[in-house]
Design a protein around this ligand. Structure first.
Ligand SMILES: C[S@@+](CC[C@H](N)C(=O)[O-])C[C@H]1O[C@@H](n2cnc3c(N)ncnc32)[C@H](O)[C@@H]1O
Length: 307
């Protein structure tokens, strides 16, 4: 966070150069957040262009609306999951888009507000829902899954190879009392791994991967990304571009594979042979940019095979 209520958008220059928005384009920002990237997109559109902004978080959508007030006539905001991209384009009365952009994951307000339950740094309810219409919280998963299911979830979505030890400890603790707070879970995981989070030897908090795994599961983040990647080529005009910024290898691997698949099918050309990453200055100024990877592909003229 640089200013109150602001989320510093990552890789802005590369995003704008590679997505090359032209006046009159239809641009979808599938994760509008606080509107940081979207403000740059809106500036590049003329009066005939349209920016369709999606987000599942109602608070962020309101913040984006305020930030984009000067462009209100050209902006359509919808509270939709980006897995519903075709429906969102239909709602906005646009056939296809010229640009589709997604900046995956959570925004600063999610991490900074302990009540959202994403952070082990400050105590809060173990929630982690980006979309408060969802009915399953992280506390539900932690207290209700069977030990083996919990271990698999932490292993696959957190890339945590000590997942069995963590799941076993969680199950032992929850037999005594429900685990409902972020600080409680962080302590249980640290104890399971016998790591003192305050020790200089632990570079990241021992619960980092477990928290990532729960967040991904609560929000079905990988399922939504797969759905977006599947429908995107069909939602783009020929020559249209898709850019995705991801923050961990589970996301980046999916984007890479989907673009390669699109290339094999002749519907996408890859514009970034290697992912674009932040330079030293940006990494220093905005720690969130350190793990950001941007991949861009271009929709070819080929017809989509719907058979
Ligand atoms: C990293 S932030 C985007 C920040 C934005 N680019 C900016 O500059 O302000 C990601 C946003 O995507 C939203 N989000 C995450 N998964 C989503 C999904 N499947 N569908 C729609 N929005 C999603 C989150 O609520 C969050 O507001």
């Amino acid at each position: 966070m640089t200013e109150a209520g602001q989320h510093t958008p990552v890789l802005v220059r590369a995003v704008c150069e590679l997505l090359a928005i032209s006046p009159g384009d239809t641009v979808v920002d599938a994760t509008i957040g606080l509107g940081g990237h979207a403000a740059r997109f809106a500036e590049a559109l003329s009066a005939s262009g349209v920016l369709v902004g999606l987000d599942v978080d109602a608070g962020n959508l309101s913040a984006a609306e305020a930030r984009l007030a000067d462009f209100a006539e050209n902006v359509v905001l919808c509270r939709r999951n980006f897995r519903e991209l075709p429906e969102a384009l239909r709602d906005a009365r646009r056939g296809r888009a010229d640009v589709i952009f997604a900046d995956l994951g959570v925004s600063s307000p999610h991490l900074d507000n302990p009540e959202r339950g994403f952070s082990f740094a400050a105590d809060g309810p173990l929630d982690m829902r980006l979309d408060d219409r969802l009915t399953t919280t992280a506390a539900d998963l932690v207290n209700q899954l069977r030990e083996g299911e919990l271990a698999d979830l932490i292993y696959h979505n957190g890339q945590e190879h000590r997942s069995r030890r963590i799941a076993s400890r969680i199950c032992a603790v929850r037999r005594e009392r429900r685990i409902t707070r972020t600080s409680q879970l962080a302590e249980v995981v640290a104890a399971a791994l016998r790591v003192d989070p305050k020790s200089r030897r632990s570079k990241i908090h021992p619960a980092t991967r477990t928290f990532q795994a729960l967040r991904i599961s609560v929000n079905d983040e990988l399922g939504a990304l797969d759905a977006l990647l599947e429908c995107a080529p069909d939602c783009l005009n020929p020559g249209g571009r898709i850019g995705i910024i991801s923050f961990h290898s589970l996301e980046d691997g999916r984007v890479k594979r989907a673009f390669l698949q699109g290339k094999r099918e002749g519907v996408l050309a890859i514009a970034t042979k290697k992912p674009v990453v932040a330079d030293q200055d940006e990494r220093k100024e905005n720690p969130r940019s350190r793990s950001a990877k941007l991949r861009v592909a271009v929709r070819t003229q080929a017809e989509i095979d719907t058979a």
